[in-house]
Design a binder for this molecule. Structure first.
Ligand code: FAD
Length: 374
């Protein structure tokens, strides 16, 4: 007898696992089908930064969902750890931005403008002496700094596992396998095809990250998600630890609870290439050394490369696929997929169980894209 599931979720990254978690909270059992391993793609190798105030589309159409998701993350930090025992290092951080010349000051000013007015966030200008008091290893060539507090950070690999673990405790299940096609009956999908079997379902969520375009042929739909490669180096910096996330002069350094300093990231359109490269290592190192000269003595512990799922307008795709009664998309979150994952997961679960959501997903409807543009 063929297997069946109320809901099938294709993709075990942060998006898919968050949908499974929020469906489980609503009492709906789902099966997550994952082809390469849960959290083995971008969701497992992101920088784990949660900045709801800046980024493409923020301030702008993504701002409201970014803040809603950020606030959900703060609640999840305790809840998921209590529920699963997985500590994914969720925490509020301080970001120290520095300027090497007058041109850099515009970026610091922009950060002050967006941080200072928001409850729970603040930003303060520093002169060179104050910056070096806070972070003595920063280059003395800087001219000013701004310390901004309120962003959060986490280990996105453990977070994604915690979402799935909690969902499983509430009845969700996980299957390994690559979905190769869908079974249809008029405007409904009735099942998914794995290599040697079919699993039937009542509803389906496609959370396939950078691989989302594969579903275009299955649904005769337009799902323009492309892979944007990103590399990070994890470095061992001898001596006193850094106390802040640091950025400026082309460098970006994130000290992590495990003692390593994560540096990066790069952005390259290179199709589905996931190989790490010497050129990325060198460009990351150059920025890091300009910011903290002693990074030249740091030892490379690990270099990772993975793919962000990016749409033409850099906004996610969330909602029911036009023309289909029971097919939903949870994808395209680009450089903000960890931040947005609670909003994506809950809104898709709301749409599936109640037909509507109070979350701010209006601009992200799949119907905004057509083969002729958007
Ligand atoms: C270097 C880097 C740094 C980043 N830093 C941050 C950050 O600081 N903050 C932030 O918010 N975001 C960050 N991001 C972005 C974030 O990592 C992504 O937006 C997010 O992980 C996307 O999650 P996802 O679940 O949509 O995709 P993925 O994590 O790619 O998961 C999709 C899953 O679907 C599976 N799949 C696809 N097709 C099939 C199929 N046919 N059958 C079965 N399984 C399938 C894949 O195997 C994969 O596991 C970063 C990304 C990179 C690359």
């Amino acid at each position: 007898m063929p297997e069946s599931s109320d809901v099938i979720i294709v993709g075990g990254g942060a998006a898919g696992c968050s949908v499974a978690y929020h469906l489980a909270l609503a009492g709906v059992k789902s099966t997550v089908i994952e082809g390469q391993g849960v959290a083995t793609q971008a969701s497992g190798f992101s920088a784990g930064g949660l900045n709801p105030l800046q980024g493409t589309g923020i301030p702008g159409p993504l701002g409201p969902l970014a803040m809603e998701s950020y606030l959900m993350h703060l609640d999840l930090f305790g809840q998921l750890q209590d529920d699963t025992g997985i500590d994914y290092d969720g925490r509020i951080i301080s970001l120290l931005k520095v300027a090497f010349d007058d041109e850099d000051l515009a970026d610091l000013q922009e950060t002050e403008d967006v941080f200072a007015p928001v409850d729970g966030f603040d930003a303060r200008w520093l002169d060179t002496r104050e910056v070096l008091e806070l972070e003595p290893r920063v280059s003395p060539k800087i001219i000013r700094g701004l310390v901004a507090r309120g962003n959060a950070a986490m280990d996105s690999y453990k977070y994604t596992l915690a979402l799935l673990r909690s969902a499983e405790k509430m009845g969700a299940s996980i299957r390994s396998g690559t979905v190769a096609g869908l079974e249809r009956d008029n405007s409904r999908i009735t099942g998914v095809r794995l290599n040697d079997e079919t699993i039937s379902c009542g509803q389906i969520v496609l959370a396939m990250g950078p691989w989302s375009r594969k579903a275009e042929a299955w649904l005769d739909a337009y799902i323009p998600v492309d892979p944007l490669k990103g590399e990070i180096t994890r470095m061992e910096l001898p001596g006193a630890p850094l106390n802040h996330d640091l950025s400026g002069g082309g460098g970006s350094l994130h000290p992590k609870p495990d003692g390593l300093v994560w540096c990066g990231t790069t952005e390259e359109w290179r199709g589905f290439d996931k190989e790490t490269s010497t050129s990325a290592y060198q460009s990351i190192l150059e920025g890091a050394v300009r910011l903290v000269p002693e990074m030249s003595k740091a030892r490379l512990s690990l270099q990772t490369a993975c793919l962000r799922p990016v749409t033409p307008d850099w906004l996610p795709i969330i909602g029911r696929v036009p023309g289909w009664d029971n097919v939903y998309l949870a994808t395209g979150a680009g450089k903000k997929g960890i931040l947005l994952s609670p909003g994506i997961g809950k809104s898709v679960a709301d749409l599936m169980t109640q037909g509507e959501t109070s979350l701010s997903i209006g601009p992200f409807n799949p119907s905004r894209f057509t083969p002729n543009g958007f």
